[in-house]
Design a protein around this ligand. Structure first.
Ligand SMILES: [Zn+2]
Length: 391
């Protein structure tokens, strides 16, 4: 369960400064690993004619005032009315509508924040919500938990398409009748004219989902002792995957009771084919892991073949990313990560740890089922990520 850490006496000192309040509750959200990880999620506040929305490259846990980009609200709301808009064009128009051109690029969810008619908007990828959502009956369960208090939106690619979808679905909506928007396979938005209330709606909703999981998908795993991964296997993995990555990587077992339990499950190979925890994670950990069992070289070959087939199936004119797996499941042994440096080690460790816990809990709710390969591809090969490569 996530604690409500809102401190009234602290907040009362900054209550006249909406952007300071925005920084304060953004950090409260960002500091909770079960809500967002490494740059995930975003928040905003509407002040006068501007939307102050989290800039890309900033992390909610450590955000400062300058981490928010101020974008003309009217321009964003107008953009939601368009029938189509490429994300690259969206970013360009948003930049032109910024008050200070030195601010970071606004979050790709800026339009969505703009059309939600409340001062404060909070968005996270809460584990409890996405875990339930990433199961065959997820939508139904979430409806039962939140009843008419949630507007539930089927998965749509983040960016303009998602903003457009929410715009269409909320045209005749009485906003005061709902507390949240749930984006299936992605996350949750809460909102209010009061910073504290918006934050509290988030904590409450996430804890309601968590309570459901503790009742219906509890994980009681005994400490299990497993075969260590031999040093020569780690050395071979490092040698081969470094070649694929074009830089030196390390092979690091997670060595937790969850990771060992996960590696020992019969169904693991099937589970991990069915998508990531929340869409942006595909950029960090690729659509699927390396599966290891008996012959490391052959199994790495199999991974690269599968990755090429996935790319070929969906690519139109994209540039293929490297073929190096970011994590692996070594059957009957452990889960491993393959980071290139310490920064990536922390990111992979956190994302994979949260992902396997969610997968294990989802199994208790009928199975893990997140994004399709097509949706994963659209995210991993999103035009703005590709644009960086083509430069
Ligand atoms: Zn999101």
């Amino acid at each position: 369960m996530i604690k409500n850490r809102f401190d009234d006496s602290f907040a009362s000192k900054i209550e006249d400064d909406l952007l300071s309040l925005r920084v304060y509750t953004s950090r409260l959200l960002g500091e909770e690993e079960d809500l967002v990880l490494h740059g995930g999620g975003n928040t905003s506040v509407k002040i006068g004619d501007y939307l102050y929305v989290k800039g890309s490259g900033w992390d909610l846990a450590s955000i400062e005032k300058e981490g928010f980009a101020a974008v003309k609200l009217e321009t964003l709301k107008e953009m939601a009315k368009r029938d189509t808009l490429k994300d690259s064009q969206m970013v360009k128009l948003q930049r032109e509508a910024m008050r200070d051109k030195n601010s970071p690029n606004p979050s790709i969810e800026a339009i969505l924040h703009a059309i939600i008619p409340y001062k404060f908007v909070d968005h996270t990828h809460a584990d409890s919500i996405v875990t339930i959502s990433n199961t065959p009956n997820g939508k139904k369960i979430l409806k039962e938990i939140f009843k008419e208090k949630a507007l539930i939106i089927d998965y749509v690619m983040p960016g303009f398409l998602l903003a457009k979808e929410v715009y269409n679905k909320s045209k005749d909506l009485n906003w005061d009748s709902i507390d949240m928007i749930i984006l299936l396979n992605h996350g949750i938005f809460t909102f209010d004219n009061d910073a504290k209330r918006s934050y509290e709606k988030m904590i409450k909703a996430v804890n309601m989902a968590e309570e459901f999981l503790q009742k219906n998908a509890s994980l009681k795993i005994d400490e299990i002792s497993f075969n260590e991964i031999p040093k020569e296997d780690k050395d071979l993995l490092e040698k081969e995957i470094s070649k694929l990555r074009g830089t030196k990587i390390r092979a690091i077992p997670l060595n937790t009771k969850f990771s060992k339990y996960f590696a020992n499950l019969k169904e693991t190979e099937e589970i991990v084919k069915n998508g990531v925890l929340t869409p942006e994670h595909v950029i960090r950990i690729k659509p699927f892991p390396l599966i290891l069992d008996k012959n490391i070289k052959e199994e790495i070959d199999k991974f690269t073949k599968n990755y090429k087939a996935y790319f070929k199936k969906f690519a139109t004119n994209e540039i293929m990313l490297d073929l190096a797996p970011r994590w692996g499941v070594y059957k009957n042994k452990d889960v491993l990560i393959f980071p290139k440096d310490e920064k990536e080690e922390k990111i992979l460790k956190d994302i994979v740890t949260h992902t396997i816990k969610a997968m294990l809990r989802a199994q208790k709710l009928g199975g893990w089922k997140s994004l399709s390969q097509r949706d994963l591809f659209s995210m991993e090969y999103w035009e703005l990520e590709q644009a960086k490569l083509k430069k």
